[in-house]
Design a protein around this ligand. Structure first.
Ligand code: NAI
Ligand code: CS2
Length: 496
């Protein structure tokens, strides 16, 4: 029987001062938890949250309304030690995405709750807007801070600035209203896994605003704070199969989310309109987040993506299952210490070997059931910051990056949508149709296929695509993986 700690939410219902875009599992198990703990400790209910889904997830918006905006976070230290934490800090939910009409292929209206959401964002009481809309939700090239002006949704928001459908579009519309009302701008805090995530969010917002009104763009550039943050807590998607074990814990809550006990949030301290003094909840306020962000993205997320593509190709289901294989665990250790670590400017006092060991221990938490397919999604948006920028830096010193080479080969093979045992799965990536075309065109010729992938300049930095040694190594690793299988590919790596 598990050792269960139950923590109820603070009774006090408060004032909404934070708007969040992207009411997903991570927001509910990370930012909301810090704010709930802050409210419980301080008794200060001034930092309530209004959360919105801009893309899918209308059912959750409704379900939280019905549940009085209360839900549970199930925090697993391991299978036997669990904290059930009730959260009440989210006080309002909105849906602005496209409604699905039952039995109709042509989807319905966009923007059901756009007006109340924009009103909330234009309220003088709203001081911070946080985001978890996934790496693709900013509509930026993954290799540079350039807005994807040709994307249909960005084109829509340029032509219809008063009916935005994207996160950058909604931010620009709300900021334009605040400027017109002579209100100071809210602070925009990105909580997505992107490098320099504050600067990237600024780039998307300013570039979109510039397509509407150059003075508005200049005002945003001058007046709006975009602090960066490093966010870390493993929050797997809740699967139907989790229902039974949650019920056994006495959790009768369809909106519950599951998370590991570990949690970290490092934030650049730049909040002109103020912020909660949440340091007592463990939030680390710093002047420069970059060392923390880069370390986490290359070490933790880089390892996650290695597990995802190598493991999924071999039909392995979860992170725990993959890291339980000694050869894969050794690959991760080699990748972290010999390829990622040497490229990092470390936060002061960091012991990288201990950090690598702590990550392997977190991956080995068998209570999370973190599916590799979840991590494998959106590789085109994730790999530049997780592997490719680090590999370029490492190659620049004359060193080799064999683990990353195998990773890139596995990712390219993964995008075919069939694993090494013939099992078919959906490739969830904004570029999936592009990948399918490349596989159709070059599937018989591995070299040509790999070369074609390297020509995707929104994924591969041009300098890396020009590195013939790296490209050739990826092509031979691809051949070995597809012809001999994962075991042989890992054995070859261990031998070299
Ligand atoms: P989720 O699948 O539960 O939620 C994704 C959220 O993003 C939903 O609100 C969805 O509506 C929104 N979204 C997706 N595509 C969008 C788009 N194009 N435009 C606007 N909104 C969009 O996923 P989860 O777990 O909440 O993760 C979301 C993000 O949080 C990740 O992409 C990552 O950047 C960050 N994160 C997640 C962690 C985790 O372990 N789940 C840990 C650290 C960061
Ligand atoms: C994962 C991350 O799905 C993914 O891409 O690598 O969501 C990961 O769980 C978090 O960044 C951990 O903080």
């Amino acid at each position: 029987m598990s050792d269960i700690t139950r923590i109820s939410s603070a009774e006090a219902k408060g004032q909404i001062a934070i708007v969040h875009l992207g009411l997903g599992a991570f927001h509910r198990a990370h930012q909301a938890v810090y704010l709930e703990r802050y409210r419980q400790r301080s008794g200060n209910a001034a930092w309530g949250v209004s959360s919105a889904n801009l893309r899918g997830g209308v059912a959750l918006v409704e379900a939280l309304r019905k549940a009085g905006y209360r839900y549970h976070v199930v925090e697993y230290t391991d299978c036997d030690h669990v904290t059930l934490r009730e959260i009440g800090v989210i006080e309002e939910t909105h849906f602005t995405g496209q409604e699905q009409r039952a039995g109709r292929s042509d989807s319905g209206q966009w923007g059901r709750d756009l007006a109340p959401l924009l009103n909330r964002m234009t309220s003088p009481a709203t001081r911070i807007v946080t985001l978890t809309v996934t790496e693709k939700g900013y509509f930026l090239s993954a290799t540079q801070d350039a807005l994807l002006n040709d994307d249909p949704l960005i084109k829509h928001d340029i032509q219809n600035p008063h009916a935005p459908r994207t996160a950058p579009g909604i931010l620009v519309a709300a900021l334009a209203r605040r400027r017109r009302a002579s209100l100071p701008p809210f602070t925009i805090l990105c909580c997505d896994n992107m490098p320099n995530n504050g600067q990237r969010t600024r780039a998307a917002v300013v570039q979109l605003a510039a397509r509407r009104d150059a003075e508005l763009a200049a005002w945003i550039e001058r007046e709006v704070a975009f602090p960066s943050s490093m966010v870390d807590r493993i929050v797997p998607a809740v699967a139907a199969s989790d229902g039974t074990r949650l019920a056994e814990l006495g959790v009768d809550d369809a909106n519950a989310v599951i998370a590991e006990a570990f949690s970290q949030w490092v934030i650049e301290d730049n909040f002109p309109l103020g912020r909660p003094d949440w340091e007592a909840e463990g939030v680390k306020m710093v002047a420069d987040v970059a060392p923390f962000e880069t370390m986490k993205l290359r070490m933790l997320n880089g390892s996650h993506s290695l597990l995802a593509y190598l493991g999924a190709l071999d039909g392995i289901e979860t992170v725990f299952d993959a890291v339980s294989r000694a050869d894969i665990k050794e690959l991760l250790r080699c990748y972290m210490l010999e390829e990622a670590a040497p490229t990092l400017a470390l936060p002061e006092g960091t012991d990288l070997v201990a950090y690598a060991d702590s990550l392997l221990a977190r991956f080995a938490n068998d209570s999370l059931r973190h599916r590799l397919q979840q991590i494998a999604m959106d590789g085109s948006q994730k790999l530049p910051q997780r592997w490719l920028q680090g590999a370029l830096a490492r190659l620049g010193t004359g060193a080799e990056v064999p683990c990353t080479v195998l990773g890139v080969a596995a990712w390219i093979r993964y995008t075919l949508g069939v694993d090494l045992h013939g099992y078919v799965y959906a490739v969830d990536d904004p570029m999936a149709s592009r990948f399918a075309l490349l596989h159709d065109a070059h599937n018989a010729d591995h070299e040509a296929l790999v070369q074609a992938f390297f020509e995707l300049d929104t994924v591969f930095p041009p300098a890396l695509a020009k590195h013939s040694g790296f490209v050739e190594s990826v092509a031979s690793a691809y051949r070995r993986l597809t012809t001999l299988g994962l075991d042989a590919a890992l054995a070859a790596l261990a031998r070299d």
